[in-house]
Design a protein around this ligand. Structure first.
Ligand code: ZN
Length: 192
């Protein structure tokens, strides 16, 4: 079974998620929700999913950036984005601290704004303190693309979507992104 991913306009995406209590985390229904979130993320496919995107106002996110997703991206872009493989990570009640506030401007998308992307400034590095799915404390220090994913997913827990933060004139559909922008970026990287 896969979960339905809510699309922009659905009020649930704008709710603030609630902390998951220790007792709730242990419940079978919560553990099943986490399993289904992982399955849904991989099926989409995507690199991050927050519980509000599947209609649950709980502070739970799953992220995973598989190496196979990188096959279609030129190595120069991966390097410029500091994008590397990120293992499956489940974060409960995450708290985010910016550790390098240098702005990084890249296009990003969202499973809840299907088919579109826009350029969004994100901090270069962050630290996230959270619990894992078993309630054990974890700390994730991330930079580059992983830091972007974490900032994007943490925003979902506050009812914030990337369209609230994007460079407005950069909003475009994926077709135009692939045709117009990807090639221009590659040319720019080749020149530099
Ligand atoms: Zn999203």
């Amino acid at each position: 079974m896969l979960l339905k991913i809510y699309q922009a306009g659905q009020p649930r995406l704008r709710q603030k998620a609630k902390d998951v209590t220790g007792a709730r985390l242990k419940q079978q229904s919560t553990q099943e929700l986490i399993d289904l979130m992982i399955k849904t993320l991989r099926d989409a496919p995507g690199v991050g999913l927050a519980a509000p995107q599947v209609g649950e106002a709980l502070k739970i996110i799953v992220i995973e950036d598989q190496a196979k997703y990188h096959d279609v991206i030129p190595p120069a872009i991966l390097k410029a984005q500091a994008r590397h493989k990120v293992p499956l990570t489940v974060l409960v009640n995450p708290r985010l601290t910016i550790t390098d506030k240098t702005d990084e401007l890249w296009f990003e998308g969202c499973l809840s704004i299907d088919g579109y992307v826009a350029a969004v400034n994100r901090a270069r590095a962050v630290k996230v303190e959270a619990l894992d799915r078993h309630g054990r404390p974890v700390t994730v220090n991330a930079n580059g693309w992983q830091a972007r994913i974490l900032q994007h997913e943490l925003d979902h827990l506050n009812g914030v979507l990337y369209i609230d933060k994007m460079k407005q004139s950069s909003f475009m559909n994926l077709k135009n992104f692939n045709v117009l922008w990807r090639q221009a970026l590659q040319a720019k990287i080749r020149r530099s």
